[in-house]
Design a protein. Structure first.
Length: 212
């Protein structure tokens, strides 16, 4: 079973991908991990990616899709895979089809922007040990202080309110159109993201026809 996980930044795609890996025994393929893996392997494609990233440029669609095609052709993807972070744009989705990469189901995790903003701007990370907290869902015992090493808690740049809003704008502008693209092909399943992690996971499994 070949799946795509869609959803705004902070919707919980990474968490759901991890659970699906355990339950379906297929690998999750994230764009970031693929790029890092390609560079580590030192293949011609990996060297090309390293050069682009060292220059501070964005990796073009063609290169990302070459890496996706190379990755899904590996033996561990024979029974399926989960794509997280690609496709991000209509052009990427069309290119996946042109390359003959079959997609069975597209899961869109639906969650309101204000809920995502609350989730992400409330995150805090220890500046020393990297432990994660959330001011509402998982607060430290003492405000601003890590429970584990007493390091100072900080807001990552990615979690700053203005950054979160910008990422949401980009998602709505470039990625949300993929819902229409896959709905027309009868592959789209919408799942409510503002519920428990396990609840969302059960809904995803039901949507793709897996007994829970």
């Amino acid at each position: 079973m070949n799946l795509i996980l869609l959803g705004a930044p902070g919707a919980g795609k990474g968490t759901q991908a991890e659970l699906l890996v355990q339950k379906l025994s297929i690998p999750a393929i994230s764009t970031g991990n693929m790029l890092r893996e390609a560079m580590k392997n030192g293949s011609a494609l990996g060297q090309q990616v390293k050069k682009i990233m060292d220059e501070g440029s964005l990796v073009p669609d063609g290169v990302i899709l070459d890496i996706v095609a190379e990755r899904v052709a590996q033996a561990d993807c024979a029974n399926g895979f989960i794509l997280d972070g690609v496709p991000r744009t209509l052009a990427q989705a069309e290119a996946l089809e042109e390359r003959g990469i079959r997609i069975d189901h597209v899961i869109s995790i639906e969650i309101d922007d204000d809920v995502i903003e609350g989730r992400m701007t409330g995150r805090r990370v220890c500046s020393k040990c990297g432990a994660s907290y959330h001011i509402a869902a998982n607060p430290p015992k003492a405000e601003g202080i890590c429970d584990i090493c007493q390091g100072e808690l900080m807001i990552r740049k990615d979690d700053a309110a203005e950054t979160v809003r910008h990422r949401l704008e980009v998602y709505h502008e470039l990625t949300e159109v993929l819902k229409d693209f896959y709905a027309k092909r009868g592959k789209l399943c919408l799942v409510e993201g503002n519920q428990s992690i396990e609840g969302a996971n059960q809904d995803i499994l039901k949507a793709i026809g897996v007994k829970v």
